[in-house]
Design a protein around this ligand. Structure first.
Ligand SMILES: [Zn+2]
Length: 412
């Protein structure tokens, strides 16, 4: 196969990233493109328009995942490459989007060069990676990987009670294709690092060798409504206070295990959450993470003790109503080797790195040999509208993606 000198069209990739940044622009110039909103649908239509303008077949599965196909010389399972186009409520312009648009640039560059790979290559946009509107994150790739059912997916609700199924139908992207259950050759995802290590080490490329172990949970506190004035302090059962104490204790756990350990209270809701009345109900969403699974387990155990202590102190009942866990993902040695070889051929300095955030690649790694590539983001700022990336390094990583995917698609 020719194509060792093939490069993506860097200016076109950048201009598409900037076009994406116009769809659902946030207050501070980043993106607010929550999953299955009109903005998300508009970006999906833009992607499909780009694909169809170049004659690529597009298909959509029942979970709302979009696939764009470059046929191969042989009818073999495809190499999949992609990420997600949805964002956080105050999201950046590159988180997820780079992986989809760089993936599309891969197949477009091949087609323009007249190169037909041995295996098909499909670009994928995974629906609702962020979990910002419908929790938990990485929902549609979880269904694709057989970890969750389609019914479960459709029944998730947003804060307004709209179900995933309803929202998906409203976008027009509820497709006919079955979700997953088909043979894949492999999966490649390029994502911004969302941390400072690549920049600090002056490497345009991180090859992800594994993930931090993450234990997450939603804790529900049940107390009793009462007047904020006459109710004696020792008789109060304020659910909001119990939740707030858990939030503060979670942060202390993070500080105790820093800098490698991280612990986060990200969401707290209370009812009635009004002046003049104690809350009878609250929920707090927390997680702990560490690169060493044993330490992550110790952090989880500390958290559990903190929940008991906080509930006692606030005189409320605490119940863990949902839990999640990830971190035992294994990325594929052969796919990683192709990434490393491509980087070395292109002279792109690289390093091995562990992912501290969840990605669709985690679920895909359960059903296909998977590689996750990181490119730098400026000062590690992400899930923030100021998120930015350096042009040259981003393009260097994108060219490594191109060469690694080509090599995988062409292998014997
Ligand atoms: Zn992302």
């Amino acid at each position: 196969m020719t194509g060792g000198n093939l490069r993506i069209n860097e200016d076109r990739l950048w201009s598409r990233l900037m076009r994406s940044a116009e769809i659902g622009t946030g207050e501070a110039g980043g993106l607010k493109r929550l999953a299955l909103t009109e903005e998300d649908a508009a970006m999906r239509r833009q992607l499909v328009a780009w694909a169809e303008a170049d004659g690529f077949p597009v298909s959509v599965d029942r979970a709302g995942n979009i696939f764009i196909r470059l046929s191969g010389r042989e009818e073999l399972p495809p190499v999949l490459v992609g990420s997600h186009l949805d964002t956080q409520v105050a999201g950046g312009r590159f988180d997820g989007i780079l992986g989809v648009l760089a993936g599309f640039e891969v197949i477009q560059s091949l087609k323009e060069a007249g190169i037909i790979p041995k295996r098909p290559i499909e670009v994928v946009n995974w629906a609702n990676e962020e979990g910002a509107r419908f929790a938990p994150p990485m929902m549609a790739s979880a269904v694709f990987a057989g970890v969750q059912s389609l019914d479960w997916l459709y029944e998730r609700t947003d804060d307004d009670g709209v179900t995933y199924g309803e929202a998906l139908a409203a976008t027009g992207f509820r497709g006919d294709e079955p979700v997953g259950g088909r043979a894949l050759d492999s999966y490649f995802e390029l994502h911004i690092e969302q941390g400072p290590l690549l920049q600090e080490n002056d490497r345009p490329l991180g090859i992800v060798t594994g993930g931090y172990t993450v234990h997450g949970m939603v804790i529900r506190l049940t107390g009793e409504t009462a007047h904020t004035g006459p109710t004696p302090m020792d008789q109060r059962r304020n659910a909001l206070v119990g939740a707030a104490m858990i939030a503060a204790a979670t942060n202390e756990i993070g500080l105790a295990y820093a800098p490698i350990g991280k612990a986060t209270a990200a969401r707290l809701v209370a009812w009635p959450n009004k002046p003049g009345i104690l809350s009878s109900w609250a929920e707090v969403t927390v997680d702990v993470r560490h690169e060493d699974p044993a330490v992550a387990e110790a952090m989880r155990s500390d958290l559990q003790q903190a929940i008991v202590r906080s509930a006692e102190r606030a005189r409320v009942e605490a119940e863990i109503v949902s839990t999640w866990y990830f971190g035992d993902e294994v990325f594929d040695a052969d796919c990683n080797a192709l990434v490393r070889q491509a980087a070395e051929r292109l002279g792109v300095p690289h390093m091995e790195i562990k992912s501290q955030a969840g990605h669709d690649a985690y679920y895909l790694s359960r059903v296909a040999p998977t590689a996750l590539l990181f490119s730098p983001c400026v000062d590690g700022i992400t899930h923030n509208e100021r998120e930015d990336v350096p042009f040259a390094e981003t393009m260097a990583a994108s060219n490594v993606l191109l060469q690694a995917v080509m090599a995988r698609a062409e292998r014997d």
